[in-house]
Write a protein that binds this ligand. Structure first.
Ligand code: ATP
Length: 235
């Protein structure tokens, strides 16, 4: 479904990705794990068109996307839940959700997806008239995920969904990620510092270090890998 080939991405003179190659198959949950500053967020932002790779190739369902503007990439079926959520704090919950469907015209489909996100997160329906900025951190994460789902993505990019949340909420968020994958057949590309919980719901994982992919294995094998245990699982 998604293929990155030798992607090099920069911020000015700073090279964040140094030839990243990876593949994601339809229906998979894939984790990208790595230390602070390793290049995880830059990988996601290169996929969704916010950072333009200086060289290399990104293809989505066989179509080359690395030169496309971000809105066209959303229309093709890739949505991102950014690190830090970035909901619209002054808009209501419902308006935040409407923004997620901004590029769509299929009213019936939008209504179905609204019902679906409210079934995943009933609290959002209860709070639909409240300003997004008044929600708790966990609820804002739910809103950010729901807003991304309102674009009806085939591929959902999640950047640190567990960041700053209480353990109970984290478990709930990971359960829902798995549920979205199963029920909507949404392929998931997950970036996490919380490698343990991310790998537990993943099919495969990639390790990124200093802008380069250094390891890829089935999630179960990665969790048993002594180097991964030491560096990322705190074992
Ligand atoms: P974290 O978990 O801390 O978010 P990360 O693995 O997601 O880390 P990136 O945010 O992709 O890493 O950063 C990769 C490299 O690019 C780092 O060296 C970082 O300092 C640098 N970088 C990221 N964003 C910018 C920016 N806007 N301007 C300059 N350098 C940046």
């Amino acid at each position: 479904m998604l293929e990155l080939q030798h992607v090099h991405s920069f911020y000015g003179n700073i090279q964040a990705l140094k030839g990243v190659s990876l593949t994601i198959n339809e229906g998979e949950i894939i984790s990208l794990i790595g230390a602070n500053g390793a290049g995880k967020s830059t990988t996601l932002m290169s996929v969704c068109g916010i950072v333009k790779p200086r060289s290399g190739k990104i293809t989505f369902q066989g179509q080359s996307v690395h030169h496309l503007p971000a809105d066209q990439i959303v229309t093709l079926g890739i949505s991102q839940v950014p690190e830090g959520r970035h909901i619209f704090p002054h808009l209501s919950v419902r308006e935040n959700l409407d923004m997620g469907a901004f590029l769509r015209t299929d009213k019936d489909g939008i209504k179905r997806d609204l019902d679906y996100v409210f079934s995943l997160f009933p609290i959002l329906e209860e709070r639909s008239g409240q300003a997004g900025g008044n929600l708790s951190g966990g609820e804002q994460q739910m809103l950010a995920m729901s807003r991304a789902l309102m674009a009806r993505p085939k591929l959902l990019l999640l950047d640190e969904p567990s960041m700053g949340l209480a353990p109970l909420i984290i478990t709930q968020i990971f359960d829902i990620i798995k549920k979205i994958n199963k029920e909507q057949n949404t392929t998931i590309f997950l970036v996490e510092q919380n490698a343990n919980q991310a790998l537990q719901i993943s099919d495969r994982g990639y390790v990124i270090e200093n802008g380069k992919i250094t390891l890829t294995q089935n999630a179960a094998d990665l969790m048993q890998n002594p180097a991964v245990q030491k560096a990322y699982l705190g074992i």
